[in-house]
Design a protein around this ligand. Structure first.
Ligand SMILES: [Zn+2]
Length: 444
C-alpha cells in the first residue's frame, strides 16, 4: 500500500517536471508476473504515475506501441571522483540513464557526491537518482574500533546513505562499525573482510554482501588442504578446494539472516573467462577514454593470470550455482555490475548482468525484479520500481519483450526519469557527444 505521505515526502526531493505525459498503447511489464499486459494507457503528472483517466489532454503524447518497464537500479555502481572533472562525472551518470538505469547506488562516495545527489534530485543534471556511500571502511582507513565508531558517526552526520565496507577489517573494527551503524540506523554493505568472514557477517545486520564475497572460503571443507589458506580476490585461489554440495546450506543461512546479495557476476565473468579482445572492441567502448581503455586491457590481462587452466570456468560455474541457490532459498538478489570497474561500461554492464541471472536459473521476470521490486523492498521505498498510480515515473520504453528474451532490455526506445522524458533521438545525440568527448580525453 502506497501512502500519501510517501508520495508527499518524495515530491519534495524530486525534480519538478510540471508536465502531463501520456503513453498510449503500451504493454506493462510487471516482474511479479510472467506475462505482459494488454495495450493500455499510462499517464504521468509532476513526476509520478497517475490514474490514466485523471488527466485530460496531455502536454506530451507518446504513441510507440512499446513495452514499459520500471527503470532499473544498479546497486553496485561507481560515480567517478569529482577530481576527474564535472564533465566526466556527468557523462558517466548519463551512460547509466541512457541504458535504462534510473537509480544507482554509488559504492565509493565523497563529499562532492552529496552535492551531486541533490543536483540529480533537482533535475539539474541528467542522470539516475543517486544513493551514495561515503569513503570506504577498510584496513587502512580504520585504525581501531574507536576510530571506526567515530567514522560511522561522521558519515551518518554528513548525510551519506550507507557505509561502504572494503577488505582488510578486523573483527573488532567490524563489530564497532556494525554496532554504531545499527544504533544510528544506517546501512553498511559491501565486501566481507577475510578476518571477519561470512559467519560474523550473517550474524550482523549488514545490508548487502557484494561480489558474493566471503562465500568461497566457506565452500572449502575444513579437512581440505586449501582450508584457511590465503583466498585471493573473491577466493579465486580456493577454486580447487570448493565443494558445491555446501552451496544450498550457505544460501539457506543467507536467506534466514535476511541479508541481500549484489553478485556483480558480469565483472568476475569478464575477468575470468571473457574474450578480452572482443570486449575491448565492443562498440560500447567508444564511450570510454582511450587511456582508460588501455589501462583496462593491461589490468584485465594481469588479472587473467590468476585463473590458470579451467579455474576461471569452474569459478564462474560455482558462482552461478550460488546465485541460483540464493534465489531459490529466498535470499534477496539485487542487481549490480560494479561499473565502471575494469571492462564494465557504465549502463551496458547491467544488461550483461541480467543475462547472467537468467543463465543462473532466474526467469526473465525474476531477473527484472532484482533491479526493480527487490530494490524497492530492500530500500523500503515502495513508490520505486513499480508502474501503478503513486509510483515515481522512472520508466523505460522497450521495443521488444524482455520476458521472451532478457536481451531485449537493450531495445530501449526512451527513458523517463521522474517524469522527464528522454526519447531515442535525445539519448543518441548525447551518447554521440559523450563518445566525441571520450575520444579526445587523454586523462585517467
Ligand atoms: Zn565496486
Amino acid at each position: 500500500m502506497r501512502t500519501l505521505l510517501t508520495a508527499l515526502l518524495l515530491a519534495i526531493t524530486l525534480p519538478v517536471a510540471a508536465q502531463t505525459i501520456v503513453f498510449e498503447n503500451v504493454r506493462l511489464i510487471n516482474p511479479d508476473n510472467d506475462r505482459i499486459g494488454e495495450p493500455t494507457r499510462l499517464a504521468v503528472k509532476d513526476g509520478f504515475i497517475v490514474a490514466a483517466d485523471s488527466i485530460g489532454e496531455p502536454d506530451i503524447r507518446i504513441d510507440q506501441e512499446g513495452l514499459l518497464m520500471a527503470g532499473l537500479a544498479e546497486m553496485h555502481a561507481h560515480v567517478p571522483p569529482m577530481r576527474l572533472g564535472e564533465q566526466q562525472v556527468h557523462d558517466t551518470l548519463f551512460l547509466y540513464l541512457a541504458h535504462g538505469i534510473t537509480t544507482i547506488r554509488g559504492m565509493l562516495g565523497e563529499t562532492g557526491h552529496l552535492v551531486l545527489r541533490q543536483q540529480l534530485a533537482n533535475g539539474e543534471i541528467a542522470g539516475p537518482r543517486l544513493i551514495t556511500s561515503g569513503p570506504s571502511f577498510n584496513g587502512n582507513s580504520v585504525s581501531s574500533p574507536d576510530a571506526a565508531r567515530a567514522m560511522v558517526r561522521a558519515q551518518a552526520e554528513a548525510g551519506y546513505d550507507l557505509l561502504k565496507l572494503h577488505p582488510g577489517l578486523w573483527p573488532a573494527a567490524f563489530h564497532a562499525i556494525a554496532e554504531t551503524a545499527d544504533a544510528l540506523g544506517i546501512d553498511y554493505s559491501g565486501h566481507i573482510s577475510t578476518a571477519v568472514g561470512l559467519d560474523r557477517t550473517l550474524a550482523s545486520n549488514q545490508g548487502s554482501i557484494d561480489h558474493l564475497d566471503g562465500y568461497g572460503q566457506k565452500l572449502v571443507p575444513e579437512d581440505h588442504p586449501l582450508f584457511g589458506t590465503e583466498p585471493g580476490l573473491f577466493a579465486v585461489n580456493l577454486v580447487d578446494g570448493m565443494d558445491e554440495s555446501l552451496i544450498p546450506e550457505l544460501a539457506r543461512r543467507t536467506a534466514e539472516a535476511g541479508i541481500a546479495n549484489v553478485p556483480t557476476q558480469s565483472l568476475i565473468e569478464n575477468w575470468a573467462v571473457g574474450d578480452i579482445d572482443a570486449l575491448m572492441n565492443r562498440e560500447q567502448m567508444r564511450w570510454i577514454p582511450p587511456e582508460t581503455a588501455r589501462q583496462w586491457r593491461e589490468r584485465a590481462e594481469q588479472i587473467r593470470q590468476q585463473y590458470p587452466g579451467d579455474a576461471g570456468q569452474r569459478f564462474v560455474d560455482i558462482r552461478r550455482q550460488l546465485i541460483g541457490a540464493l534465489h531459490e532459498a529466498g535470499a534477496l538478489i539485487l542487481l549490480g555490475a560494479d561499473a565502471p570497474q575494469i571492462l564494465q561500461v557504465p549502463g551496458d554492464a547491467i544488461h550483461h548482468e541480467l543475462e547472467i541471472y537468467v543463465a543462473s536459473g532466474l526467469s526473465p521476470a525474476e531477473a527484472l525484479a532484482t533491479g526493480t521490486t527487490h530494490i524497492a523492498r530492500y530500500l523500503n521505498q515502495p513508490a520505486h520500481g513499480c508502474l501503478e498510480a503513486g509510483c515515481v515515473a522512472d520508466l523505460v520504453l522497450l521495443e521488444a519483450n524482455p520476458l521472451d528474451d532478457i536481451r531485449n532490455t537493450r531495445t530501449i526506445q526512451g527513458v523517463m526519469r521522474a517524469g522527464e522524458w528522454f526519447d531515442r533521438e535525445r539519448l543518441d545525440s548525447e551518447l554521440d557527444a559523450i563518445a566525441e568527448r571520450a575520444s579526445g580525453n587523454d586523462g585517467q
